[in-house]
Write a protein that binds this ligand. Sequence first.
Ligand SMILES: Cc1cc2nc3c(=O)[nH]c(=O)nc-3n(C[C@H](O)[C@H](O)[C@H](O)COP(=O)(O)O)c2cc1C
Length: 290
Amino acid sequence: MTLRKILSERKSVREFKEKKVPIDELRKILLNKDHRDDIVQNTELEVYLLEDGDWAYDVLNGMAGYNGHMVKAPHYALFMSNNIENHQIQTGYYAESLMVLLAEEEIDSCWLNIPQDGELVKTALGIEDPREAAALIAIGYKKWDKRVINPIDTGANYSKADLKQVDDNVTSRLKAEEIVFVEDWGKNPSWDDLKNMGLENVFYYVRMAPSTLNRQPWRFLLRNKKIYLTIRMDENLNHEYDLLEAGIMMFYMEQIMSAYSLQGKWTLLEESGKDFGIPEDYFVAGHFSM
Ligand SMILES: Cc1cc2nc3c(=O)[nH]c(=O)nc-3n(C[C@H](O)[C@H](O)[C@H](O)COP(=O)(O)O)c2cc1C
């Protein structure tokens, strides 16, 4: 399955069959560090595969998931990382890359919020590790099958409901033109503008990325032949989620760019971009240069 197909069809699964995923298959995908690509050095990111989902659910229910509502799944994976600057960007990037590898094997997953104090999660699970609990995902086989009514490979349709009719949990997305600014903040391109730049497909697909409460915090500023990724920092949401979602987006951008033979790389930025008129509630996570 191509990444574009996965992105078009992907969704967060919250109801799983009880059927377990063969553990060897899970270990092969989640514990194999060969395909790890570092955009942040020294995170020493490590996946703890929680094979016994029933146990993990009981232990984490009330603590993880939106308002402590855990998603019940046959397995979970906890991502542990050194607590260094931007480590959540690496975590988001890596976790999403593994979720795509799972999707390639038709294994479903869902991101789960964890408390800011990751020690709570470690203690509950009896994990003794100096690293920080940085992310959690639920893993298994979805209970409900999608009903694909109108498959369209690409085009200027904007909601996932238009792209593929599915029978549950369809989430909407902003248009590609709405998440991009050209040269100046607030100056959205038209679809034809994006096409003229050869970037319409890239933004068409990357906006399918998951985000907390589907808030879609990403805005892209195309300037100086670079693509600046900015993330909206919402009140009441811990900055760790902004960084995780920046990492998820960086993964998809890189992959989709490469699917269209547009090679490039991310440079992580902390403070730059301030001169570009970017509002204060956005931060520049990095820029992609080709
Ligand atoms: C960092 C992060 C944390 C999330 N936490 C939860 C969660 O705790 N519970 C949940 O049901 N979904 C969670 N989600 C999934 C989002 O709600 C979902 O991606 C969004 O609503 C869009 O839906 P879709 O993924 O089906 O397209 C999370 C997503 C991200 C990226």
